[in-house]
Unconditional design. Structure first.
Length: 573
């Protein structure tokens, strides 16, 4: 094949062109490459594949399939791996402190591998929650032509003639604690809830960020909702490898695609699908990599004016497989664009605009998963931003499927998740209380743990909407109920959440977007004067380093200044 690429302007020239690079080329010959191979652009295939959980077990196979597309279209694929921390396994214990930190490690490790080996383009494969934004953050940071590929969701399990997901297993723990189901049912459910490869099937964080990949333009159209076991996934991987070479030829980069309007599009799709509150953390972090000012309140503003139209678990009835069969993310975006909720002028990795891609989609009125914008499940989005005296820097709540949007009650304070979970297990939680879990923020945790074990147990006890729960930590995309996360400033920084005492009245209005602490200013000032910062148990290692560099949740809990502070872009070395 004739090489149509001029490597004199590509990063890989630094490791493959000229007499001075003979030592470098000797390594490529050692791996079986030919002169023609070395003369081609080098394309990174970054995989978050591993054996830690079913979310990741098919990623390496998909990354290897992408080699074919890269080679067909004139490139030379170079695969490498990065880590994941799988939330379903890290949940409910100290391991969850590693989860959000892994997002930064994933982005950093992809950046380092690409920089170190001077790759020209990137196709990234991810399957579990933090690996998706981590991979897309690396793409925006490096700004080389890139395509994001989701590994696909798991198929639903079947139990008592109904579809189930891992959330049902978390919730049955609460039912067992309440004495409403036998241990034999717990064991029976846990064996069938996750029937094979793929990420959690509901509109939890992984599927939410997979939707973001398509909405923001970094993924091929209707590529991310296909379940992991489907043979379609291999075809998608090959297509991604082929298409990234066209992007390289055109020099169409992630920051050309992910404009501020594209971030608004992505936030609207999150709201329309009743997606994970974690998107309010990951979208600002991705925007930081592109030098775009887009914080929690920008996300919340998009949420506020977007109807909830996809009937997906945990607030609704269906899972990712059902959405794929209904037409996928582009079917959802079809009705959104037709009703003025998306900017169709944004570019995508197809080389076309979002609007041009959507024009190729025909609305299917017979599917049951995605509602027309004109007849939504609810007129406002499935996720709502909050602000008030308890959270001056904001907070977030997922209201999809909730019947109650206001809550007022006395505070019941816990200084870590374990203490709250123990109270739930002991059935010492009272109806009407506002449970406060603090010192679990990005800095204070450190690591901003999710609280699915606790929230699911509350549902299992039948208390899911009879209490509210607020935290400076965060929630799984699988969480349901009156659960407010990302409260800022966090307790470790002396935010109002650190000053709450048992019995204080807390008022939450998810309709008005407010969260307030009913305590006189003078009393709060007295408490603030007496407050002292806490020392956590992580005084060395990666969690110590993370706690020293991480910023507020409202800005995405990022650990570096982002593109706004750049003096050069890797892609232009």
């Amino acid at each position: 094949m004739t090489n149509r690429f001029d490597k004199s302007t590509l990063p890989s020239r630094h490791v493959s062109v000229g007499p001075e690079r003979a030592p470098h080329r000797s390594y490529y010959y050692a791996m079986g490459l030919t002169e023609d191979d070395i003369a081609r652009p080098f394309v990174a295939l970054a995989s978050a594949g591993n054996d830690s959980a079913p979310c990741n077990t098919r990623l390496d196979d998909q990354a290897d399939a992408a080699r074919e597309g890269v080679i067909q279209n004139g490139g030379m694929p170079r695969r490498f791996n990065t880590i994941t921390v799988t939330d379903g396994i890290a949940m409910g214990h100290q391991g969850m402190k590693s989860s959000l930190v892994s997002r930064e490690v994933i982005a950093d490790s992809v950046e380092l591998s690409v920089r170190g080996h001077c790759y020209d383009a990137l196709v990234g494969f991810a399957g579990c929650d933090k690996s998706l934004p981590g991979m897309m953050m690396a793409m925006l940071r490096l700004n080389i032509p890139s395509i994001f590929v989701y590994g696909g969701s798991i198929l639903p399990g079947r139990f008592h003639d109904r579809d189930v997901t891992v959330v049902d297993v978390f919730e049955v723990v609460g039912k067992y604690a309440a004495g409403t189901c036998p241990l034999s049912e717990v064991h029976a459910l846990e064996k069938v809830a996750c029937p094979g490869h793929g990420a959690c099937g509901g509109q939890f964080t992984a599927n939410t960020m997979a939707c973001v990949g398509e909405a923001i333009g970094l993924s091929l159209p209707n590529s991310n909702m296909a379940p992991a076991p489907y043979t379609t996934r291999e075809q998608i991987a090959v297509a991604a490898g082929h298409q990234v070479m066209d992007l390289l030829e055109r020099n169409l980069r992630p920051r050309d695609i992910c404009t501020r309007s594209a971030f608004v599009n992505a936030a609207r799709v999150v709201a329309a699908t009743g997606g994970s509150t974690n998107a309010a953390l990951h979208l600002p972090a991705m925007a930081n990599e592109a030098g775009i000012d887009f914080d929690l309140f920008d996300v919340a503003e998009a949420f506020k004016s977007t109807p909830y139209i996809a009937d997906l678990k945990p607030g609704g009835q269906y899972v990712a497989k059902d959405m794929y069969e209904a037409g996928g993310v582009y079917m959802l975006m079809k009705t959104m664009l037709d009703n003025g909720l998306l900017d169709g002028s944004c570019l995508t990795v197809t080389g076309k605009t979002l609007g041009e891609n959507i024009d190729e989609v025909t609305w299917n009125p017979n599917q049951k998963v995605i509602y027309d914008v004109r007849t939504p499940l609810s007129p406002t989005g499935g996720v709502v931003g909050l602000r008030g005296s308890l959270a001056p820097d904001g907070a977030i709540v997922k209201v999809a499927g909730m019947h109650r949007l206001q809550f007022e009650g006395p505070a019941r304070c816990f200084d870590c998740e374990e203490d709250c979970f123990a109270a739930v297990e002991a059935r010492s939680i009272n109806e009407g209380e506002v449970l406060v879990i603090r010192y679990e923020g990005p800095k204070g945790g450190p690591g901003m743990r999710e609280m699915l074990s606790t929230t699911a147990a509350l549902y299992g006890l039948g208390m899911g909407e009879k209490v509210a729960l607020i935290t400076d930590g965060r929630f799984s995309g699988a969480t349901r109920g009156f659960c407010i996360g990302h409260v800022g400033p966090e307790a470790a920084d002396g935010g109002p959440i650190a000053l709450i005492q048992d019995g204080d009245t807390i008022r939450i209005d998810a309709e008005a977007g407010t969260i307030d602490l009913d305590v006189p200013d003078a009393a709060l000032a007295e408490r603030r004067a007496a407050w002292k910062p806490r020392v956590n148990d992580y005084q060395s290692g990666v969690l110590w380093r993370y706690s020293r560099t991480v910023g507020p949740a409202s800005q995405g809990a990022v650990t570096h200044p982002g593109a706004a502070a750049e003096t050069h872009v890797y892609a232009d070395i």
